[in-house]
Design a protein around this ligand. Structure first.
Ligand SMILES: [Fe+2]
Ligand SMILES: [Fe+2]
Length: 290
């Protein structure tokens, strides 16, 4: 990892190695943010078209993906009715994911104002991922994919908070991604705990990871390629920009780390304590309510 963008001194735990007891999990808060995306430049990620559209591609897959997470967990609410604490965490999780979708859709308008046709891709994505693929799998696998993707987004979130990469982004995009990162960390264990309660089989959990990771990488890559193509970036140019981004330390190795970690039979998202990171950032922006 690169230099720490967020001081972890606010937390007494080592964010990489410590284990969090369930009792020290922060309360999941739904925060209304209302980001103003006017003025976001075309290449808002250090002037690099490749890095910008990879990040824009992730923005495009988030809202529908997060609505899928909500549906997958909601399906099992009757089965966890005997656990009021978990029910409460689920409701807060729905609130956070709903507001992430809303804020990310605000960033969609920026792309449209810059002349990108994103609706055609979004309609295809919705039909392919949620009209076809989602319907082919039973509810337990959908929930397992959600639990796995929540772990991967929390891993991505940690990267976004620990590394200085996002310091090079246009301020409102950096703020959007870091706020989202904090809330992903806050609710990272909710879907996993629901899965553990309703279907604790290892093969179900791992199948969800394989399906979720493959789906995420496929649609994320497709969105980024669509944007680069509309911008008229040739393969050679994209390669050059990609090399420049990598030279600055950009990579997605952390996804691999998250994948491997998840395979451990005794894995639980709280084994890896990074709640202090989220708390430190939220305190810094005055949005940590305890
Ligand atoms: Fe989210
Ligand atoms: Fe999430």
């Amino acid at each position: 990892m690169t230099s720490a963008a967020i001081s972890t001194s606010a937390s007494s735990v080592d964010p990489v190695t410590a284990t969090t007891p369930a009792a020290s999990r922060p309360q999941i808060r739904v925060r209304k943010m209302g980001f103003d995306f006017s003025g976001v430049p075309r290449h808002w990620f250090f002037g690099n078209a490749w890095a910008t559209h990879v990040a824009n591609g992730l923005n495009l897959v988030f809202p529908e993906g997060e609505r899928f997470f909500i549906r997958s967990v909601k399906h099992y609410l009757p089965e966890i009715a005997d656990d009021p604490e978990l029910l409460e965490r689920c409701r807060a999780f729905f609130g956070q994911e709903g507001s992430h979708g809303h804020e990310h859709e605000g960033a969609f308008r920026v792309l449209e104002s810059q002349g990108f046709d994103i609706q055609t891709w979004l309609q295809w994505y919705e039909r392919a991922a949620f009209g076809k693929v989602e319907q082919r799998f039973p509810p337990n696998i959908r929930l397992a994919a959600t639990a796995a993707l929540e772990h991967l987004t929390a891993t991505l979130a940690e990267q976004g908070l620990l590394s200085s990469e996002l310091d090079n982004a246009y301020p409102v995009m950096r703020d959007l991604l870091r706020w989202h990162a904090c809330e992903e960390i806050e609710h990272k264990s909710v879907a996993f705990d629901v899965l553990k309660k309703v279907d604790d089989r290892y093969w179900v959990r791992v199948s969800g990871m394989v399906l979720g990771l493959a789906g995420m990488l496929y649609f994320w890559r497709s969105a980024a390629k669509m944007l680069l193509k509309q911008e008229g970036i040739t393969r050679a140019q994209a390669k050059r920009e990609r090399a420049a981004a990598k030279a600055r330390g950009q990579n997605r190795n952390y996804l691999w780390r998250g994948f491997v970690e998840y395979l451990r039979p005794s894995f639980h998202p709280d084994d890896h304590d990074n709640y202090g990171l989220a708390k430190a950032y939220l305190q810094k922006i005055g949005r940590f309510e305890g």
